[in-house]
Design a binder for this molecule. Structure first.
Ligand SMILES: Cc1cc2nc3c(=O)[nH]c(=O)nc-3n(C[C@H](O)[C@H](O)[C@H](O)COP(=O)(O)OP(=O)(O)OC[C@H]3O[C@@H](n4cnc5c(N)ncnc54)[C@H](O)[C@@H]3O)c2cc1C
Length: 506
């Protein structure tokens, strides 16, 4: 007889990705337990920004106001520390800017959201072993003064770059080892007035410096030399950090009183697969890269947003065949793209003079609006779209549904708000009762009637569209123009519903 499950899903790691995923599952009625080895959230921020696609995602769960409250935003960003800035304001997004929000705050707000949803987070509990069988996954946990076993239908490794879950599942993590060593300190600079703000490339590396809070700077040195490398378990001391500043910049600017010292490399790796049976990976456990451009946390949040509803559908018993595997298919390419652009930036920032002409040329290219738009879309994640599944497709399928005002029977509503409860939504924009009735009838016939929310209205921003079927993560599963025939409407919708949401429950 199969061993009973203690919980539907075990989430290893209560970092931002694990916590956001737990809330996504809870929204779809799936209980998870987050197992986190740290007693409390880290007081140090790795990330200090969020990009457009993450904010669009937060908007679709009614969280955006909490994140933007009191936070500064920035319409520009850098690419490889070039003189010409990327302009995010040109993006086709309702959040065409970068939000300056420290990771500590992001984690606090996500935890607040998860706890409010009813999620259980077990702090000071560490997963030490993993065993998977046909029916579930059992993990060994040390915590609460005891060792115990916890069994779930699925285990998700959100346990960071050194993921025990990934290793226990035997998932290879190919890529390249570190060649560039970054030393980072949140410090007080006695000579802060002369600190070079932003990124400065010198003949010995790079110096990165930004003001973190009153009197405290975040300073990092990037060392490209072999003798500058460190071995994995070494820590960073203030003296070593001061030395590295002198090496790269010529002076340590009187750096003292370090609040946080850390080091990392340009090691770039991606899990060969994000799923092995009942074990899945998300966030840094699935991909690691140099943090240039501030993309890792954003990538992980979007992994969680993609995975949550699919895993919930699987456990709730209505997921069409193969739905859960689309997580791996859809989320590996964006991470490949981020790894590629961070490696390109590392190459462009190399202090070797041989790179200088290439930087100069790249700088000129960045002045071209199309190039700038391309880079902005890439860094902000707005260019992510997923491959359409089966059948013929409207050009919008696979793209993220842009926010717009919809005019319905009860007044105006933002499209983004229709997704607050995490259900797919069928938006009938044709403004004709017969079309709405036909769509609703076919949604019911596909077995998805109670799972898919319907909304009827009109949208000035999309005059040619008759209907949109939007997934819980905001991507477009199906779309039809007003000149589609009734037969095309019905066939297309039926196929899309059964591909994504349709399997009738027993
Ligand atoms: C210096 C720096 C700056 C960065 N800046 C940015 C930025 O500006 N923008 C951006 O998007 N990204 C940035 N990143 C990347 C970002 O910080 C990470 O991508 C993000 O933290 C990943 O979140 P996660 O939840 O996947 O993993 P983590 O944050 O690593 O969380 C994993 C959690 O799992 C727990 N854990 C591990 N093993 C176990 C176990 N066996 N049992 C129980 N718990 C376990 C850990 O304690 C941890 O809390 C930066 C990274 C660095 C290093």
């Amino acid at each position: 007889m199969a061993t009973p499950h203690d919980v539907d899903v075990i989430i290893a790691g209560g970092g931002p990705v694990g916590v956001f995923l737990s809330a996504e599952l809870q929204l779809a009625g799936i209980r998870s337990v987050v197992v986190e080895r740290l007693a409390e959230r880290s007081p140090h921020s790795k990330a200090f920004g969020l990009h457009s696609r993450s904010m669009e995602v937060l908007d679709r769960r009614n969280l955006i106001d909490r994140f933007t409250e009191g936070a500064r935003s920035w319409s520009n960003g850098h690419f490889a520390g070039q003189d010409v800035w990327i302009d995010f304001s040109v993006l086709d997004s309702s959040h065409a800017y970068a939000l300056l929000v420290q990771q500590t705050r992001t984690e606090e707000l996500l935890e607040e959201h998860a706890l409010r949803s009813g999620v259980e987070i077990r702090r000071s509990h560490e997963i030490t072993g993993v065993e998977q069988d046909e029916d579930g996954v059992t993990v060994q946990v040390t915590g609460g003064g005891a060792d115990y076993a916890l069994r779930g239908r699925y285990l998700i490794g959100c346990d960071g770059g050194r993921s025990l879950v990934r290793k226990a599942a035997g998932i290879p993590f190919p890529g390249q080892g570190g060649r560039v060593t970054a030393r980072l300190a949140d410090v007080v600079l006695a000579d802060g007035e002369n600190a070079p703000m932003g990124m400065e490339r010198t003949e010995n590396g790079l110096l990165f410096c930004v003001s973190l809070e009153e009197g405290v700077h975040r300073v990092a040195t990037f060392d490209y030399t072999e003798e500058g490398r460190k071995s994995p378990d070494e820590t960073l001391t203030l003296e070593e950090f001061q030395d590295s500043m002198r090496k790269v910049w010529g002076t340590d600017l009187g750096a003292h009183d370090a609040r946080w010292l850390s080091w990392f490399t340009d090691s770039a790796r991606q899990a060969e697969t994000y799923r092995h049976g009942r074990i899945l990976l998300a966030g840094d456990a699935a991909h690691t890269h140099f943090p240039v451009g501030g993309q890792g946390l954003n990538l992980g949040l979007q992994d969680a947003f993609n995975l949550g509803w699919k895993l919930a559908a699987e456990i709730n018993g209505w997921a069409p065949e193969g739905l859960l595997d689309t997580y791996n298919a859809e989320r590996r390419p964006p991470a490949e793209g981020v790894i590629g652009n961070t490696l390109a930036q590392i190459a462009l920032m190399n202090p070797d003079p041989i790179v200088t002409p290439l930087r100069d040329m790249f700088n000129q290219l960045m002045q071209l609006p199309d190039v700038n738009r391309f880079l902005a879309g890439m860094i902000a994640g707005v260019d992510v779209r997923y491959a359409p599944q089966g059948g013929t497709h409207h050009q919008l399928v696979g793209d993220f549904a842009r926010d717009m005002v919809l005019k319905g029977a009860d007044g105006d509503v933002q499209l983004a708000h229709l997704l607050h409860d995490g259900k797919p939504v069928l938006v009938d924009l044709a403004g004709q009762p017969e079309t709405g009735a036909t769509l609703a009838r076919w949604a019911a016939a596909a077995g998805a009637g109670d799972r898919v929310r319907s909304y009827a209205g009109t949208a000035e921003a999309a005059p040619g569209l008759a209907a949109l079927l939007i997934r819980p993560d905001g991507y477009i599963a199906w779309a039809a123009d007003r000149d589609a025939t009734p037969g095309e409407l019905v066939d297309g919708l039926y196929l899309a519903l059964s591909t994504w949401f349709g399997r009738p429950t027993a």
